[in-house]
Design a protein around this ligand. Sequence first.
Ligand code: GUN
Length: 282
Amino acid sequence: MALRIDGKAISMQIKDECKEKVASYKEKGIEIKLAVIQVGNDPASSVYVGNKKKACAYVGIESLSYELPEETTQDELLGLIKTLNEREDVNGILVQLPLPEQIDEDLVIKAIDPRKDVDGFHPQSVGALSIGQPGYVSCTPAGIIELLERSGVEIEGKECVVIGRSNIVGKPMALLLLRKNGTVTICHSRTKNLKEVTKRADILVAAIGKPKFITKEYVKEGAVVIDVGIHRNENNKLCGDVDYDDVEPVASAITPVPGGVGPMTIAMLMHNCVESVALLKK
Ligand code: GUN
């Protein structure tokens, strides 16, 4: 039987640690404020944004909510970001993605002051991560490192295979595993002989975007399997990129969907907001 890595419980631990740190900052007169911007009302984004605000309330971070209409122009959004960059009382700025098509996402990400980039998406944050300098780390891959470490999975010297090369998950995931001294391979849609590569993995991270793609044929006996995917199956039930029932018997540890990687993203956002106090001083 594989260890079922409980992201819900681990994310709760992290939020409780953040709550304690926020309380001790408050005793010193330091308040943390996160600006959360949503443009339009994409239902999935509304759920994510609502959960982020709830987490802020739980840990004691004040969230400033900006709900802008779908037809907001790029200049209007950039204007708001400029104001928030300049506000000394605002620690973090989060612009929920995706944005409506009239707005250039890259430009928006670049407009955020890197010292307030709690999502870790700014090129400066990504660059700092790649050369091991301090900065914000993208929340989902940072959360996966926490899941591994808090479950007693050693990374150093292990064969780590990441499937997916997105800027938000795959690439920062590979950099973080490398920083932990893993031997890292990134696979993607053009990878040849995918099964042969993934079968080498001691730690396999699936961020593919295809429901139940990873079956036991892709997994080495005893591997640790991390599932970043989230999909609804034909019965409207949530499932991941990994076929859990098929893979669980061969894995030594595995994350479920839901309740695995998902809750970690918001916990790490809270962690980044706490970190902002130190980063803003620099
Ligand atoms: N859209 C999907 N995931 C994320 C995330 O982690 N941060 C932001 N800002 N938008 C997202």
